[in-house]
Design a binder for this molecule. Structure first.
Ligand code: DGY
Length: 327
């Protein structure tokens, strides 16, 4: 147990998320909520987290060594995300702070969205909808927003974790696509077979895929993994979809490739400076932009919050976390 019997652990919930689920924390802890759903500045977060034993966070909060040093009582950080690039895992490990995240519960919903973004981008649904809403549609035309096909083409998946695999299965089984993948390590033959996916180096994948989908975890080593050189390797007219983290793509190079017509389309759910969007992307043609919503179905977001709450309760009660992540 983290505290004496008379002293209940204290928990900060940094955002206003599904109050009916978060209220379960009150069974085991004194909960400080954030009813107005304001985003904390680092200084505000430091202030509110001081003296707390647990934190329920989202990807809007950055947990770094400086913050941890200001909050020495902190024992567990539970993020309602699968990605943990907003948390310094090594700094947490060095201070004995348990970090938990929410894998698995969002895999299928996120994979659905990956396919939706690929289809929307390749078929120019963003530009087409804006055109219609702007009252520009005068007549049916044979080439009006005629994009590229998705079915029967080659999809390259970069990052073949749970989400990448779920996308590969959809692409192969549902859209009759040939699937190539690139990953830090090659998958076991059984998983490759299950996903009907063949391993390639990144350069080979880029050169051989009509559509490339990024689903890898972010790390500083992955920053601008897809830059001007990589985009040039992609066949003319191909599509890039990013549901990983914005920093994986050099956004200026991407906008340039779209403007020059080398890239056929792009679908982006994540941005390097989000929620700020690089204006070059707003001006670029044939790009569908969404506000980091790949896992945003109600059932999945509820499952993410529930898992994050369950993780917090487990650790605060001295049990093992359900889905911990280690440095
Ligand atoms: C995740 O779970 O990592 C999503 O990107 C939301 O942050």
């Amino acid at each position: 147990a983290l505290t004496t019997e008379t002293q209940r652990p204290r928990v900060l919930v940094t955002r206003a998320v599904f109050p009916d689920i978060v209220t379960q924390l009150a069974r085991v802890a004194e909960v400080e909520a954030t009813p107005d759903d304001a985003i904390h500045t680092p200084a505000q977060l430091r202030l509110r987290l001081r003296g707390k034993h647990g934190a329920f966070i989202t990807n809007s909060e950055r947990i770094d060594a400086q913050l941890l040093d200001a909050c020495p009582d902190l024992r567990v950080v539970s993020t309602m995300t699968v990605g943990v690039d907003h948390i310094d895992l090594a700094a947490c490990a060095a201070r004995g702070v348990v970090v938990t995240h929410t894998p698995d519960v969002l895999t299928e919903t996120t994979a659905d969205f990956g396919m939706a973004l690929l289809l929307a981008a390749a078929r120019q649904m963003g530009d087409a909808e804006r055109y219609l809403r702007a009252g520009q549609w005068r007549k049916w035309r044979y080439d009006l927003f005629a994009g590229s096909d998705v079915h029967g083409t080659t999809l390259g998946v970069v990052g073949m974790g749970r989400i990448g695999q779920a996308i590969a299965r959809r692409a192969a089984l549902g859209f009759n696509m040939r699937v190539l993948y690139h990953n830090r390590s090659r998958l076991a033959a059984g998983i490759e077979q299950d996903c009907r996916a063949a391993y390639r180096t990144l350069d080979e994948l880029l050169a051989q895929s009509q559509h490339v989908l990024l689903a890898l975890p972010y790390s500083p080593a992955a920053r601008h993994l897809i830059g001007a050189r990589e985009l040039a390797l992609m066949p003319p007219g191909s599509t890039l979809v990013n549901i990983a983290r914005g920093g994986v793509v050099d956004e200026a190079a991407l906008a340039d490739a779209l403007r020059r017509g080398h890239l056929g389309a792009a679908g982006l759910d994540v941005f390097e400076g989000e929620p700020a969007i690089n204006p070059v992307l707003l001006d670029a043609p044939r790009v569908v932009l969404t506000p980091h919503i790949a896992s945003a179905s109600i059932p999945t977001r509820r499952a993410m919050v529930q898992l994050a709450v369950d993780n917090l309760i487990a650790v605060l009660q001295g049990r093992s976390a359900i889905t911990p992540i280690s440095a």
